[in-house]
Design a binder for this molecule. Structure first.
Ligand SMILES: C[S@@+](CC[C@H](N)C(=O)[O-])C[C@H]1O[C@@H](n2cnc3c(N)ncnc32)[C@H](O)[C@@H]1O
Length: 223
């Protein structure tokens, strides 16, 4: 698909709540999101709202993607912005990350999801290549933004995607195409060994690609 110009995301303001928290506001698909970054636990890269996440949210908006009635899992949620939008777009969503990040995600889910639909959200510890087999294999959608940056983790990430998906699963991965961090190799060489992958959107200015990925027919569910 041809590259499309990216609209600027509509972050309205950053406001310090306390010395350990910073809230930013966004507007996607008619939903006002308040996303808080928690600096109290040395979360490092997990306490950043990455451009790849914003590009993926904007892609969902532009393409009018609906997750209504769908079973969705997000990998490496960080602040949770992508998974939270997926809940608001109708999904039954499990947001996952490493254990230390889960409080920040819980905080943002609670701040953004009305009580009436909170039962469609879940926050879980999922470490790639370690405990994905505790999760089902029948997700309709798998989402990931800025999760492709550490070549050491690529085999575990692939293993996790293989476990969680079947041939009907649609995987959206939004990646900053940093040559030094292996994203180009991951998307052009490694992932295509196991999955069909289509570039569906590119933000030229930010060098961020969104891929729509499905499992190849010969892939079998992992034991
Ligand atoms: C660059 S951040 C992206 C966060 C968020 N998706 C975004 O776009 O703002 C990468 C996230 O992946 C998570 N992550 C990295 N390696 C992981 C692993 N092996 N298992 C599970 N999560 C991992 C990190 O904890 C972090 O929250």
């Amino acid at each position: 698909m041809q590259a499309q110009p990216e609209k600027k995301h509509s972050s309205t303001c950053d406001s310090k709540e306390d010395s350990n928290k910073l809230e930013s506001r966004y507007q996607f698909c008619g939903n006002a999101l308040r996303i808080t970054r928690d600096f109290s636990n040395n979360l490092g890269i997990s306490a950043i709202i990455w451009e790849s996440g914003l590009v993926l949210c904007r892609y969902f908006e532009q393409e009018k993607i609906s997750f209504s009635g769908k079973k969705v899992i997000e990998l490496g949620s960080g602040t949770g912005i992508v998974g939270i939008l997926a809940i608001l777009l109708g999904g039954d969503v499990t947001l996952t990350d490493q254990p230390v990040v889960l409080n920040q995600i819980e905080f943002n889910v609670t701040s953004n999801i009305p009580v009436s639909i909170i039962q469609r959200s879940k926050v879980s510890d999922l470490r790639w290549g370690k405990n994905e087999d505790q999760f089902p294999t029948d997700y309709d959608f798998i989402l990931g933004s800025d999760i492709v940056y550490s070549p050491h983790d690529f085999p575990s990430l692939i293993k996790t995607l293989q476990h969680l998906s079947n041939q009907n699963t649609i995987i959206y991965i939004s990646s900053k195409m940093r040559e030094t961090m292996g994203a180009i190799d991951f998307h052009e060489k490694l992932l295509p060994q196991h999955f069909n992958s289509e570039l569906v959107h590119r933000n030229e200015e930010k060098e961020i690609n969104v891929y729509k990925v499905t499992k190849k027919a010969r892939e079998q569910p992992s034991a």
